[in-house]
Ligand binder design. Structure first.
Ligand SMILES: Nc1ncnc2c1ncn2[C@@H]1O[C@H](COP(=O)(O)OP(=O)(O)OP(=O)(O)O)[C@@H](O)[C@H]1O
Length: 378
């Protein structure tokens, strides 16, 4: 695979905390790659190491064959020599400058000729829809507009690599959707390589060619959005990708077309497609979405019919969320409008008995979450 950005064995210690604990990553030319994970998993620190705002403790970072940082060989290229553009959560505009001056300032520092600065600033402000506001003070704009100025500024110096650190977190939901589409289309128009940090799974899905799910300074899984969504590797990724049912159990039976998993502490068995992780008795886990559980048996494949008792029922208009108990196990189910139409006017409520169906193809087998290595400070 040809790669633009190559990160090898990246480690970053803060005191005795390994914020980044051995990351290997190759970002392809023109790719939009997102680091996704909960607060504190090390995604910002990874991005800041790429930007040159942090000095790695170990490992190497290079871009298009040029080494940016290699502490083992005492190589460190300062941020302003890396040809990167960066957009932060906080906009980081210069408040005493106009919009035009904010976008043009880094070009002025780079000694770009004045006429060219004017043209590039005009072009970039046009791209983010702010050409009319060029002479206003940056702070007089709304949050969404200020972030557009920050985007224009990051792109004006024609960076080879764009880095984004949660740029939409301070904006309301509607603006977030709008700006994330604009960010992706600017990335496509300019043909840069982009690395984006977020803790928002949907934002990562909407923007990215590939997503890197991080946990405790390490990578749990890398893949295109659809792969992570439909084939999470372990319980951490499944939970992060919105699987509401994650059940530990053991392999109960191996079959030709899959296997059966018996859920821990219950007689409930779940049919799972694919090769089991080991013979009967092997510990494993399965995951499925609340929306995978149905009231009617599916016509297109095997499904387990489960006798369920409703514990809680939450009506949300376009769906009904039920917490049900099946053989002592609590499962989350979500019935959509179509299924509700078939239940009749009375919605299921606490104490009601139902038969629900779990299609085997909706059940994902999970590998164990890798144990974090014990912290060892040299
Ligand atoms: N400058 C610093 N000094 C000390 N510890 C730090 C520093 N920066 C980050 N850390 C620690 O490193 C770990 C990873 O932080 P990092 O900011 O990279 O995570 P993150 O996934 O980006 O989280 P968030 O979304 O909250 O920014 C955390 O435990 C954090 O407290």
């Amino acid at each position: 695979m040809s790669a633009d950005l190559v990160i090898e064995g990246l480690v970053k210690w803060f005191g005795d905390t390994a914020a980044v604990d051995g990351i290997d990553l190759r970002v392809r030319p023109g790719e939009f790659l997102t680091l996704l994970g909960p607060s504190g998993c090390g995604k910002t620190t990874t991005l800041r190491c790429v930007a040159g705002l942090e000095l790695p403790s170990a490992g190497e970072i290079s871009f298009r064959g040029r080494v940016f940082a290699a502490p083992g060989r005492a190589v460190f290229v300062p941020p302003d020599k890396r040809r990167i553009g960066m957009v932060f959560q906080s906009y980081a505009l210069w408040p005493h400058m106009t919009v035009r001056a904010n976008v043009g300032y880094p070009l002025k520092m780079a000694k770009v000729p004045r006429a060219e600065i004017r043209d590039r600033v005009h072009e970039m402000l046009g791209r983010v829809g702010l050409a009319e506001r060029a002479d206003e003070m940056a702070v007089s704009l709304s949050g969404g507009q200020q972030q557009r100025v920050a985007l224009a500024r990051a792109m004006a110096s024609r960076p080879e690599l764009l880095l984004f650190d949660e740029p939409l977190s301070n904006l309301d939901a509607k603006l977030r959707y709008q700006l994330r589409d604009e960010i992706r289309s600017l990335h496509d128009q300019l043909g840069t390589t982009s690395v984006y940090v977020t803790h928002d799974q949907e934002e990562a899905m909407a923007l990215s060619d590939r997503i890197v799910v991080m946990n405790a300074g390490r990578i749990e899984q890398v893949g295109p959005p659809r792969e992570l969504y439909s084939q999470p590797r372990n319980a951490f990724v499944a939970d992060f990708m919105g699987y509401q049912n994650i059940l530990p159990g053991v392999v109960a039976e191996v079959r030709g077309d899959g296997h059966l998993v018996r859920v821990d502490g219950s007689t409930l068995t779940v049919a799972v497609p694919g090769v089991p992780p080991g013979p009967a008795g092997t510990a494993t886990s399965v995951a499925f979405r609340a929306s995978a559980v149905r009231l009617d048996p599916p016509a297109d494949g095997p499904a387990a019919a489960l006798a369920a008792r409703v514990l809680r029922s939450t009506y949300l208009g376009r769906s009904l969320n039920l917490l049900v108990e099946v053989a002592g196990v609590r499962l989350r189910t979500q019935l959509d409008e179509e299924a509700l139409g078939r239940v009749g006017p009375e919605l299921p409520g606490p104490g009601d008995e139902l038969t629900v169906h779990l299609p085997a193809r909706a059940v994902v087998p999970l590998a164990p979450v890798a144990e974090a290595a014990p912290a060892a400070v040299g």
